[in-house]
Design a protein around this ligand. Sequence first.
Ligand SMILES: Cc1cc2nc3c(=O)[nH]c(=O)nc-3n(C[C@H](O)[C@H](O)[C@H](O)COP(=O)(O)OP(=O)(O)OC[C@H]3O[C@@H](n4cnc5c(N)ncnc54)[C@H](O)[C@@H]3O)c2cc1C
Ligand SMILES: *[C@@H]1O[C@H](CO)[C@@H](O)[C@H](O)[C@H]1NC(C)=O
Ligand SMILES: *[C@@H]1O[C@H](CO)[C@@H](O)[C@H](O)[C@H]1NC(C)=O
Length: 498
Amino acid sequence: MQTWLGVLFAGSAFIVCVLHAGDTEELRFPPSRIAVIGAGIGGSSAAYFLRHKYGKHIQIDVFEKGEVGGRLATVDMEGAQYEAGGAVIHPLNLHMKTFVKELGLHVRSPTSSIVGIYNGDDFVFQESNWFLINIIKMLWYYGLNFIRMYMWVEDMLDKFMRIYRYQTFEYSFSSTESLLHALGGNDFITKLNMTIDENMQKAGFSQKFIDEIVGPAMRVNYGQGVKINGFVGSVSLAGTDSGLWAIEGGNKLVCSGLIYASKAQLIKGIVTSVEEKIRPMKSGGTVKLYELSYETSAGSQLGLYDIVIIATPLNRGLSEITFLGFDPPIETFSKHYQQTVATFVHGRINTSFFGCAKPCELSEVLTTSNPKLFFSSIGAVAPVKETESPYPGGLKIWKVFSPQPLTKDQLNLLFESHHAVKVKTWLAYPHYDPPEKMPPIILHDRIYYLNSIEWAASAMEMSAISAKNIALLSHHRWYGKNEQIDQEDLTERLKSEL
Ligand SMILES: Cc1cc2nc3c(=O)[nH]c(=O)nc-3n(C[C@H](O)[C@H](O)[C@H](O)COP(=O)(O)OP(=O)(O)OC[C@H]3O[C@@H](n4cnc5c(N)ncnc54)[C@H](O)[C@@H]3O)c2cc1C
Ligand SMILES: *[C@@H]1O[C@H](CO)[C@@H](O)[C@H](O)[C@H]1NC(C)=O
Ligand SMILES: *[C@@H]1O[C@H](CO)[C@@H](O)[C@H](O)[C@H]1NC(C)=O
């Protein structure tokens, strides 16, 4: 069936080009087939935005080798599902908000937690149930750093939010640097070249605050300390804001919803290569198409496409895609992704390990950087369905993040008792190491790389922003609308437009 359809559609793509395409003008006619490789939030939102931009006649094929959702996935513990990958969404992530609304999904508010920050020996900071006590503690330990951090992040968010206006007016960017520059000028670009540590020192924050508050936030969100770049660091700090949310039933539901809404064809298979094919036309000219080779349960197959969108990291150890015969060659990137292991434990936490007096109220433990610590964070988690009990059998479910899988001894140290354990190992997000050079978005004439943006910051909303950018960019480039690409001073220009 698959092959049949493949041949049929490849045939029709070819005919459309033969009929309409002149030699130089060939790209001015509508493309007929677009391939999206990957059905995570990046690929599924790309399918959705492509459909909006190109209309109902184009065929969109989404390839997925594993599960729809990618790094949005749940694990089953004692009969309920828990977020194992991307878990929380910021209240100002407007694409994610729109998806939930348009797809008829519902918002779930994660339960609030009482946080302690552990340095390997003691708690350097411990939240209390009492709001006022928290404020007094914060002021006592860190002066006005907390308030300044809030304002600092707010200022960055303000600039970042410009993207939605630009995208509403269909402006697009041909590189991640150009996109960031349009939002926050050189200030945003230089953040890629320094660590969040350097960035915040320059902004006047105290080293104690950076080590004890900022570091633990980086470790829980990105499994790395304050040496990550200033941009992803700031995004990570925004993740400490209030009002974070998730999707009822699991964040991955947004991906299957978007693919369904886009009327794309989901092809369960692994793409192994992309090659440019030049086909002669009856009129004497030629047409350029990309040929994808992919493996499905029905065997090896081929498909021809006008435009290809790569919505998965092209990094060593992560990608099986080879690009055949391109000059200059398109290579996978040598930088690596950070391993993060999520261990789910149903049991009783060992309060004496943390030196927390019984009854210990802590429901989330973050950590400062200390080589002797074998984990980054531990927190009690709630099921993805609000109707399920957060304490199955009277005990909480804990999620531990660590760079390496936990040994039996380590589990016995952290937990007084436990009876169910599930482990999910991720190549989770880039291993950030500034100065950071962004991978290209345009890999070839009509091949686009959605995950370039992850090297600025990896988050669901970042993938969705990149997806919309590529839907617009590919369209503008196809039709030669250069005035919609890489424009400077957009903020000024858009002030007059309502
Ligand atoms: C533990 C963890 C916690 C996180 N926490 C948060 C959070 O709280 N908030 C947040 O916003 N973000 C968070 N993130 C980051 C967020 O999950 C990612 O940035 C986002 O999900 C990336 O989506 P993507 O579609 O770009 O990539 P992916 O989700 O990786 O999707 C790529 C897809 O492509 C498929 N694929 C790969 N190669 C091929 C091939 N050759 N052929 C066919 N298919 C292929 C893969 O199977 C995969 O499904 C977290 C990530 C992890 C791992
Ligand atoms: C950032 O560093 C790169 C080299 O890694 C350099 O090419 C670029 O000019 C730097 N940009 C800024 C704004 O400092
Ligand atoms: C709990 O932590 C203490 C202190 O680190 C340790 O001695 C003990 O073995 C741990 N395990 C249990 C089950 O108490």
